[in-house]
Design a binder for this molecule. Structure first.
Ligand SMILES: Cc1cc2nc3c(=O)[nH]c(=O)nc-3n(C[C@H](O)[C@H](O)[C@H](O)COP(=O)(O)OP(=O)(O)OC[C@H]3O[C@@H](n4cnc5c(N)ncnc54)[C@H](O)[C@@H]3O)c2cc1C
Length: 386
């Protein structure tokens, strides 16, 4: 059966996030963005609304929903602003999900209730200064010394890693060599404030300016052996599955941005006049907006499809990569067209479309570049690379 209608629970969630985004985020986010400041009060409210706990079971303090619910929330937030949306996306998909999926009972008990309430943010440190796409090229090392891991290395571009409420970063590190000579990569939880773990000042970014991103360094940083997340040597497989899920969430965020461009343009072309007519009466602009709506709609169907396969427990790797690829394209194309429709005002930071333009590009880069998505799709089609 094919049915893309949302049930009442999903619809109610979507409506409440839409109201929050329009009434509470839209009026203030421009100032946070300009000051490059993390919006703590908004994040606190998102926590109180239960958004950080959407796919986390109630027994761990969450809402007992599913990953699709998270995607709907991300789409509605990103329709208004991507910095708050990526803070939620990274907080749940990269911060909480690794603990939920791979943590032992003690780790779940320690972290999940605080992550689900948004009281604490977790970060995910995979990318290193030397490379992100080739994620297996990890250079950070963790050596077991008695009952402690001694970590040395660095991580680049890590979201939510330096806020006042960041509780830990989960990092991938080389913990040995496998019998076949390949690196043994494991995942280790490093709590904030651990001696030897330093967080560099925040990056100056092109977009996502009200979100938190830092480079991290580990110098003889010691954490207890029990901070290993899941099985030793399974780090590579773990982050691949986390990134597959994350692609669906980023796709939803990208659809939100693409739809937000349509929202803003519909409003603007009904107000702005040129040559004595509302610019919305010119077919050239109507066609542009029609194309934008078509892109947002088709990209939404792609992420709905990937999410529904995920929830049914089917293999959804190809659909997740397709959803990430087409939705980030849609976001970029719509941001470019929306900026054009706004004319000079589109180039001003004060307009949401100026912000959308700056926020769109990263969607083709983060959580796997568009080239990486094409590599994944080609692999799923059985195409070999040398
Ligand atoms: C704002 C921001 C937030 C981020 N948050 C996080 C986070 O929370 N955690 C985290 O771990 N990482 C995070 N990242 C890192 C992000 O995932 C990486 O930037 C991304 O995966 C690309 O890696 P790279 O920057 O090292 O580019 P590279 O891997 O150096 O790639 C450079 C270029 O080469 C292309 N390329 C590479 N290999 C191939 C190939 N085989 N075939 C064709 N083309 C190829 C790439 O597509 C790209 O165009 C974040 C990045 C940013 C900018």
């Amino acid at each position: 059966m094919v049915d893309h209608r949302l049930d009442d629970d999903y619809e109610a969630l979507r409506q409440s996030v839409r109201d929050f985004a329009r009434k509470e985020v839209a009026p203030v986010i421009g100032d946070y963005y300009e000051r490059e400041e993390f919006p703590y009060p908004l994040v606190r409210t998102m926590g109180e609304m239960g958004l950080f706990g959407l796919p986390i079971p109630e027994e761990h303090g969450g809402m007992g929903g599913d990953y699709f619910a998270l995607c709907l929330a991300l789409e509605e937030l990103a329709r208004v602003d991507s910095s708050v949306a990526i803070t939620l996306e990274a907080g749940v998909s990269l911060g909480a999900m690794p603990i939920l999926r791979f943590g032992n009972e003690q780790q779940k008990k320690q972290w999940l209730p605080k992550l689900a309430s948004g009281e604490v943010l977790g970060a995910f440190g995979l990318t290193e200064p030397g490379g992100g796409s080739d994620a297996g090229s990890t250079r950070t090392t963790a050596v077991l010394d008695g009952d402690e891991w001694v970590i040395n290395g660095s991580k680049a571009f890590i979201t939510n890693s330096g806020t006042d409420i960041t509780g830990f970063v989960t990092i991938t590190a080389v913990t040995g060599t496998k019998p076949d000579g390949r690196k043994e990569i494991s995942t280790i939880i490093v709590p904030s404030g651990t001696p030897g773990f330093t967080v560099a000042p925040k990056y100056s970014k092109v977009g996502w300016n009200a979100s938190d991103t830092h480079e991290l360094a580990f110098t003889d940083c010691r954490v207890p052996a029990e901070n290993l997340l899941g099985e030793r040597g399974r780090g590579y497989a773990q982050f691949l599955s986390i990134l597959t899920e994350g692609r669906v969430a980023i796709a939803a965020l990208a659809v939100g941005l693409a739809q937000g461009c349509v929202d803003e343009c519909l409003r603007y072309v009904g107000e702005r006049e040129a040559f004595g007519r509302k610019i919305g009466t010119y077919q050239a602009l109507q066609f542009k907006i029609a194309d934008m709506e078509a892109r947002a709609h088709t990209a939404r169907l792609a992420y709905y499809d990937a999410a529904s396969r995920m929830l049914r427990g089917e293999d959804y790797r190809k659909q997740a990569a397709i959803a990430k690829l087409v939705s980030s394209n849609a976001a970029m194309d719509n941001a470019r067209d929306a900026t054009q429709i706004f004319g000079g005002y589109g180039f001003m930071n004060e307009t949401p479309v100026g912000r959308f333009y700056r926020d769109a590009k990263i969607l083709e880069i983060g959580e796997g570049t568009s080239e990486v998505q094409r590599m994944l799709i080609a692999r799923e089609l059985g195409l070999e690379t040398d």
